[in-house]
Design a protein around this ligand. Structure first.
Ligand code: ADP
Length: 169
């Protein structure tokens, strides 16, 4: 059974086997949680991302997929980068958002990670409404068969924390 826990705070301050990054498909850095992870994790993460881009991810990481790198100076063994969908008012992209959580847990299983910290993917710059983002995050993790023992959602602000707490209640 996977335990789901909630923390309000900065994901780059967490201790976990793997920390998930809400990246963009370039893998070369961005704003929000992505910028924070690269800033605190140091240049080793970007160096590995560049190698991935020079190799089998030449066109970037597709939306809904996930890939692992070193965690650099973060208190974790790996960063798992996943690319959330941009929210659309006219197209239902929720399957892609669910895929981010599922694929990240797959990478975690392959690595043997037991504790995984997730941000609320797509709910920042990509505009996903937090209540729906929380619903998809929690139900997808609950429905995924994984050897991860703890999935910790790390929510940056109180509003996001409350949305996840309501979902888990
Ligand atoms: P996306 O482009 O997938 O929307 P963002 O990084 O803009 O990614 O936002 C995703 C979520 O992460 C948002 O809820 C945002 O408030 C939150 N966030 C931003 N910085 C951090 C951080 N350092 N730790 C945890 N969550 C963060």
């Amino acid at each position: 059974m996977t335990r789901i826990t909630l923390v309000q705070g900065d994901i780059t301050r967490q201790t976990a086997d793997a920390i998930v990054n809400a990246a963009n498909s370039s893998l070369l850095g961005g704003g929000g949680v992505d910028g924070a992870i690269h800033r605190r994790g140091g240049p080793a993460i970007l160096a590995e991302c560049r190698k991935l881009r020079a190799g089998h991810l030449g066109k970037g990481l597709p939306t809904g997929q996930a890939v692992a790198t070193t965690a650099g100076e973060l208190d974790a063994r790996w960063v798992i980068h996943t690319v959330g969908p941009v929210h659309s008012a006219t197209e239902d992209r929720s399957a892609l958002l669910a895929s981010c959580y599922r694929e990240s847990l797959k990478r975690a299983d392959e690595l043997g990670a037991r504790t995984v910290a997730f941000p609320a993917v797509s709910t920042g710059i990509y505009g996903w409404p937090i209540d729906d983002g929380a619903r998809i995050a929690v139900t997808t993790v609950q429905e995924t068969d994984t050897t991860v023992e703890e999935v910790r959602f790390v929510l940056f602000d109180h509003h996001a924390y409350e949305a996840f707490a309501r979902r888990l209640a």
